[in-house]
Design a binder for this molecule. Structure first.
Ligand code: SAM
Length: 221
């Protein structure tokens, strides 16, 4: 099946509805947390493609205030209801929004995080994406991005490591596996890369699959 943005959105919606969102429980948060720069308590963070809001909850636990956006309305409503029940609705809020048209004003955030969202956006839209992240960040603010890496050996019967372009489509969903050069080429003009790490995790996508994730911390120039 060809990639289709509408089918892709339905895929995420269906995965959250049925609990088949196998990405939610990858243990990335340990490395991600280690890489975070020091911020004042109450620093404002935007999480792009926030999904079930588990990373946002972690950030609230670290003392930050968090806004999350996701383009799947049902998950946004569910997460807002949960944070009210859990009693931290004064520290976090989720809104329906697209990474390519972020519903917040310029220079609002100390930190933006994206865990697994840019990898589902096609490369013809990466410049728009970078423009939006850069627009909402304060000068000197940080951006932490976690994406699928081209170092991945096997994913759903396909080998990202030996692929020439890193693009893969399954069930109408687009996946991009990033090289370090692609990250530098895409972000280098607007951001300075501060730290980059790789971690490999067992993935439930197919038996024998492992995914390598690339963690990149950048600072807005
Ligand atoms: C692989 S999941 C990761 C979710 C979450 N960050 C996590 O780590 O569990 C990608 C998320 O991005 C959302 N998403 C994909 N494209 C988006 C876009 N253009 N704008 C906003 N959200 C998007 C999906 O709905 C999904 O929740």
């Amino acid at each position: 099946m060809e990639h289709s943005p509408e089918v892709q959105k339905q895929y995420f919606q269906f995965a959250y509805q049925t609990g088949s969102d196998i990405w939610t429980h990858l243990p990335y948060r340990y490395t991600a947390e280690e890489m975070l720069p020091d911020f004042e308590r109450d620093a404002l963070v935007l999480d792009i493609g926030a999904g079930r809001g588990l990373w946002a909850a972690k950030l609230v636990g670290l003392g930050y205030r968090v806004l999350g956006i996701d383009y799947v309305k049902d998950i946004v409503e569910k997460v807002n209801a949960r944070i009210r029940e859990d009693g931290y609705a004064d520290r976090a809020r989720f809104m329906v929004g697209n990474a390519l048209d972020i519903p917040f004003t310029d220079t609002s955030f100390d930190l933006v995080t994206d865990i697994g969202t840019l990898q589902h956006i096609t490369s013809d839209q990466w410049d728009d994406y970078v423009g939006e992240i850069s627009r909402v960040l304060k000068t000197g603010g940080y951006f932490l991005k976690i994406s699928l890496s081209r170092k991945t050996a096997q994913f759903m019967g396909w080998s990202p490591r030996t692929s020439t372009d890193g693009n893969f489509t399954k069930f109408g969903v687009h996946y991009h596996f990033f090289t370090e050069n692609e990250i530098t080429d895409t972000f280098g003009e607007a951001f300075m890369i501060v730290d980059q790490q790789f971690q490999t995790y067992e993935s439930k996508s197919d038996p024998g699959d492992n995914v390598t994730l690339v963690f990149t911390l950048m600072q807005k120039k």
